[in-house]
Design a protein around this ligand. Sequence first.
Ligand code: DOR
Ligand code: ZN
Length: 359
Amino acid sequence: MIQLPGLIDPHVHMREPGGEHKEDWDSGTAAALAGGFTLVLAMPNTRPPVTDAASLEGALAAARAKARCDYGQYLGAGPDNAAAAAALAGRSAGLKMYLDQTYGPLRLDDMTLWMQHFERWPADLPIVAHAESRSMAAVLLMAQLFDRPVHIAHVSLREEILLIRKARERGLKVTCEVAPHHLMPPPNPPPNSQNLGEGQGGGRLEVRPRLNTPEDRQALWDNLDAIDCFATDHAPHTLAEKDGPNPPPGFPGLETALPLLLTAVHAGRLTLDDIVLRCHTNPRRIFHLPQQPDTWIEIDPDAEWSLRATEMHTRCGWTPYEGMPVRGRVQRVVLRGAEVFKDGRVLAEPGIGRNVRDC
Ligand code: DOR
Ligand code: ZN
């Protein structure tokens, strides 16, 4: 048995309000604990999105009632909420800006709108950008012009990680995260999709940013030292939606991230210290998160098992890694002194979780 600090995932989609058939604060935080995460930061692209005081308080009220682990809630940058969002900044996990193709209504194309947010959002609170390729370059310029930090979500491309490395060498305050599926992609074709027919099953592999090429993937591995965080981008949608005519992008990730990372440790591609740095130490620093006292996870680094959706807690009911053999498993999770997960069972009651901005 090895003890690690409680993991922090700065990028999850809880789907509440508006998508509770995919996930809610109860099922999503149960999945977090089962995956070894004791603190999650929730994205604002709900229906309606979290962009003002009423929607923020609504999301936080749902979390207060249902969350089984600690949490924060992002505000979304919209076309006309720069002043209102900045006034609420201290209650939020940070500001999320969607500057590229995504799921939900929050995409901002006009760079003068980006500037309004960069001007007003407090410099000591995080801005997280979904910005790919050249929009990522544009947001790095914005960070430099306004002399403030920016965190780049789910980096997936060689050109992105190389540009981030160069920007940091030149003193820009840029940090970044990479999702496990951009380092260790799910099998293609996806498991169990044969019954969908020849060439089908593609909806299950839809994700934004898209699955990257082997060259992009290798560049991420080669530049591991430039990757600050591993973040799941836990984006649950049901199989009916993924196999339907307009498949929404996204994979559930909370319950597969740590087993995949531990499997990489077993293969000699990562160390446990690499995981602790990117799933605890760095996210806590970058997002100004409080210590969670008496909080840890216990793992069996050698356990051999296979990922199975039927054993998971996410409501979406599937994983693109179905059947994948992995090494390393979460045995027990302790949150603020209480045993909240043991041997496959979530023991935490809904409502035990705390808002990190109330601490
Ligand atoms: O794959 C994705 N899913 N990318 C996004 O940008 C949004 C996310 C979601 O909310 O489903
Ligand atoms: Zn996301």
